[in-house]
Design a protein around this ligand. Structure first.
Ligand SMILES: Nc1ncnc2c1ncn2[C@@H]1O[C@H](COP(=O)(O)OP(=O)(O)OP(=O)(O)O)[C@@H](O)[C@H]1O
Ligand SMILES: [Mg+2]
Length: 292
């Protein structure tokens, strides 16, 4: 972790979020998902260490010939997740917290089946959504086309998507921009539309990565009721967020990830309190270092 990382942590504590906003307690059902000793290692190609200029003096062919897995120049491994295990149950809403680069998004993508674990396994009972939808959306197409594609990916029929179209656009609050290519959207607009599409059908497992933090209070309130619907229908919700207030208002349980490892897994209040203490320590250490 670098000092810069610590500087980016933001606690967007919004008083209106907190008022009377307590997660709905749903009956916990059977396991919906089992994550068993998952490891994820990214292999970054073309990564040259600083100061290894020697490699550039060699010819192109020689550099290709030199490139053997894990040997010499060109390949670097990033161990993003190192042996995480947990069991999620129907009706649970699970927050994932941790500072920048701790592995939250990677874990969520693995749980959604978007990246295969390097080691370990993920067992799912039900169909994970959101990331499934994210994978099929295309930036070059309009929001309108993407609603159709995402809806079909969720298993809706064409007629069902048409029926839900207005509701999805309304929910996302992006108005006429729906007829523009998605790559022209701000990151907040994109996140809101993805969330609106993903939760259009009530999925078994709903996964959200930061999307809620990008909306205004009304959007957050609407999102929360969708999440409650999923849980009331015995679904499981995963939420990655830097906003502790959002996590506290939505989640019944929190996983704290640090440097790819699960450091704490427990009730929201306990884990958030411990995480806040840790973040404060990091900040204090940082400002002391800056004052020197
Ligand atoms: N596609 C990738 N290729 C190589 N390394 C990656 C890739 N994606 C993430 N990483 C690395 O894996 C680690 C975990 O990244 P990840 O995006 O999961 O963190 P995060 O907790 O979601 O961070 P943030 O809070 O900034 O969103 C980081 O060291 C990151 O640099
Ligand atoms: Mg992330």
């Amino acid at each position: 972790m670098t000092d810069d990382d610590a500087g980016e942590i933001d606690f967007e504590i919004d008083p209106e979020d907190l008022e009377g906003d307590v997660p709905v307690v749903a009956e916990l059902g059977k396991p919906s998902l089992v994550v068993d000793d998952v490891h994820i290692t990214y292999r970054v190609f073309g990564a040259t260490k600083l100061g290894s200029r020697g490699a550039e003096d060699k010819g192109f062919l020689q550099r290709i010939l030199d490139r053997r897995p894990g040997v010499g120049s060109g390949v670097r491994e990033v161990k993003a997740i190192k042996g995480v295990s947990f069991v999620a149950r129907h009706g649970e809403s699970i927050g994932i917290v941790g500072i920048n680069g701790s592995g939250k998004s990677t874990l969520l993508r693995a749980v959604a089946g978007l990246i295969p674990p390097t080691q370990g396994a993920v067992y799912v009972a039900g169909e994970p959504s959101l990331l499934g939808v994210n994978a099929v959306l295309m930036g070059s197409l309009t929001g309108e086309r993407n609603i159709m594609i995402g809806g079909l990916a969720l298993g809706l029929t064409e007629a069902e998507v048409r029926e839900k179209f207005d509701e999805i656009v309304e929910f996302s609050g992006i108005g006429d921009s729906i007829y523009l290519p998605m790559k022209a959207y701000s990151s907040g607009m994109g996140a809101r539309l993805r969330f609106a599409i993903s939760s259009a059908a009530t999925p078994d497992i709903l996964m959200i990565d930061e999307a809620l933090a990008t909306g205004d209070a009304t959007f957050r309130q609407k999102s929360k009721s969708r999440i409650d619907q999923v849980r009331a229908g015995a679904g499981t919700v995963f939420l990655v967020s830097h906003s502790i207030a959002t996590v506290q208002s939505i989640c019944t349980r929190v996983l704290w990830i640090h440097e790819g490892e699960l450091v704490m897994d427990g009730p929201t209040d306990e884990v958030c309190a411990a995480y806040k203490t840790f973040v404060r320590k990091v900040r204090d250490a940082r400002s002391k270092a800056a004052a020197k």
